[in-house]
Design a protein around this ligand. Sequence first.
Ligand code: SAH
Length: 358
Amino acid sequence: MRNFYSITRHELERRCRETGLPEIHASTLFKSAYKTLSDDPLGAPSLPHKMRSAVGDDLEVRLPSATKIQVSRYDQSVKFLFEMVDGSLVESVLMPERRRVTLCVSSQVGCRQACTFCHTGRMGLRRNLEAGEIVSQLVAANRWIASHPNWLVDLGLPPLQRVTNIVFMGMGEPLDNVDAVADAITIMTDPLGSGLALRRISVSTAGHLEGLAQMLSRHPDVRLAISIHSPFDAERSKIMPINRRWPLLDVLTALREAQTQINHGILIQYTMIRGVNDSLRHAEELVRITAGLKVKVNLIPLNEIDPSRFASPAATAIEAFRDHLHHSGLRVMIRYSKGQDISAACGQLVTENTFVSP
Ligand code: SAH
């Protein structure tokens, strides 16, 4: 059986054609699954009875069950722990912002990149998520919002009914699972389904260049975020092993090439770690290596997961770093992670009892 949420509308239309049903039923099915958020889209009353047997016989509507939902007392962000059919656990975080509601989704169970300061990185890779397992994180989050109308109202936010932005910044390296992620993006941006604009979807990568090329060929206008974390190649290899395969210089070259095709900026993620990458020398080098690129920099003070090893810099160091970038003409923001009280912050997504020894 295949997961219904892995199927694009075009595939449903093809199935309709092949069985002699009008294609319009594929649209009805999509609306029922992604707009009405029905838990039984194949049983929608507006569909002909034979639709399920004709096009959906091998399809199963698999919504993940939320085994744990925590709402942050500080910023009302919501962390979902989803259990997939095989028992795998993944996390998603829903973050209310001024005019948008962003969902941070996971793309893998664990991660194989093993960045030294990241909790998820210590799990190792369990498996890739299927497209439908990514899409269904969005469906489940939208269903939660719909059943908690006070959540938005209490925050003084406009009563948006749905997630407006997606960031692939949860568990996993999305470009290491690029086919499923690209399919998920196709489904999430379908105007007859969730209808998210591609420019509201950001894919964050540690620098997986093979996956990047594939992603840009599938979705040239998707927003890119790149985790740099050190502007010095040897140092970057120490904290991000992926740098040994795709060195910083190659990553920057790829971004320059990408920017000749895309006309929007690229987000640089820079997790600041005390005594590791927080000096002015690092700030200066970061400015130098990004020259000519249209970028915005997010400085993320480290969320400490192993304080004996890595610590967050002093506020003065973070501000001095920010000021240097700012005065050099870069757009820069300090991003304090949301949901600190519920371990929903960057790099803290990890499912219990799943450690491999570091
Ligand atoms: N694998 C992708 C997607 C993860 S996004 C990537 O590397 O971009 C999550 C972001 O949080 C990444 O920039 C990651 O490096 C960063 N991060 C990981 N652990 C962190 C921690 N403990 N504190 C702050 N940021 C962290």
